[in-house]
Design a binder for this molecule. Sequence first.
Ligand SMILES: [Ca+2]
Ligand SMILES: [Ca+2]
Length: 527
Amino acid sequence: MPATGSKLLLPTICKFLAIFCIIITQNNVAGNLNPTAIGVHRRFEYKYSFKPPYLAQKDGTVPFWEYGGNAIASAESVRVAPSLRSQKGAIWTKSQTNFDWWDVEIVFRVTGRGRIGADGLAFWYTTEKGDYNGPVFGSSDRWNGLAIIFDSFDNDNKHNNPYISAVVNDGTKQYDHTNDGATQLLSGCLRDFRNKPFPTRARIEYYNNVLTVLIHNGMTNNNDDYELCLRADGVQLPKHGYFGISAATGGLADDHDVFHFLTTSLHAAGQVQEPPKVDNQEKLTQEYKEYQDKLEKQKQEYKKEHPDEAHKDEEEWEEFYESENQRELRQIWQGQSQINEQLRELSRKVDEIIGRQENTLSLVSRGLAANAGQALPPPAAGQAPLPQVSAGVGVTRQDIDLLIANQNILLTTIREIRQLAGDINVRTDNIQINQKNAPTAQIQSTGYDVQSLITEMRDGMNQVKQGISHVGQRLGMPQPGAQTAPCPTGSCVGVTLFLSVTAVQLLLVFLYNIFKNRSEAQAKKFY
Ligand SMILES: [Ca+2]
Ligand SMILES: [Ca+2]
């Protein structure tokens, strides 16, 4: 039983060990795909890289690179070797590397019409740039450094091409073309890199003396589809070297195009002296301040050397510019000036209006005065004569003439009446003298008659008075046909006219009484 048990146990342990080893190996491979992912600082080295667009400039040069042989550089790619027979070309960095560890990614294409192509492409890291007419894939043999060779043509006829191999040379060994370098290679992998739908890529890392080559077979456009091609430890490469790409054709010819050559330097954590990170804005501000200080200093120096000119210059600048307060004051002053101008214009117009108003008022007052029948003032010098007031309103000359004529008639009548009264008085005196000579009774009766006569005279005066008032009313009323204006008040009848009419009335009454007395005396004689 123990023998049987040990027989059963041994293969089980072997199986377990085999699975464990596979797991370990897989873990190692997976870890090697990104050996420098952790704890390594990466810095893109633009002086050891090229990429489209503007890979080559208009004059055909590639910045920081030089190329020769049959190589052709364009904006998009470098055709290291064209698809013509026996072509050789290469492109090299102008300067050696200044970093120990690096990672280079190459994007390239090897394309040809034939099922088989030639010769192939090589990546170089060497202490010297190769010869453009060299025998090893467009570069020199006996190189000192590393070559990653993409060998298209199967020289040894082992049906193991295209093949990718890493060959390290110390500058002494000649490349074994006949065996496709099989005896010299460090490591390699069989990969078909010709005529792929997408560009093939190679990622070559050299870090801590470990060389790792990852290949992207160009079947997809995914950047992450890298596969491990080879990994070699303890690789001793020159400390500094040139990067290069070369290619060659033979009896068969492929196009060898390189699109990207991207170099990244690798630095262990703590080795890199990171430049102090200064904020860009702060840096610019500091530079600006320094420049301002420098300018001010130069200005001061200039002033010291040329005091007059400096002063003049300052004054000119002060005249040219104005401060904020000055601008504000200037704007206020302009506004005030405009307001002042407007006020002056308004004042002028108001004066004009007042003048016109006064002129109109004087015209109105003159018109009113004329309407009131007052004498018009003589027009002032320079003034136009006033327009005549309309005729039907005031007293005309004709009315005045008529009034004067009436007055004359009245005077004549009064004079005649007075004469007649004097005549009557004389006759009365004669009558009285005659009666003295008559009987006494009659004289007494005469005395009685005189008293009644006075009473009658008083009645007559009352009648006269009534008549005068009647006349006055009639004179106040408008008379048809007469052109005199109606009197606004009762004072239209003159005093002279009034007295004259009164006197005439008195005379008439007096004469009437005398006539009545005489008639009664004659009647008594008949009794
Ligand atoms: Ca070959
Ligand atoms: Ca071969």
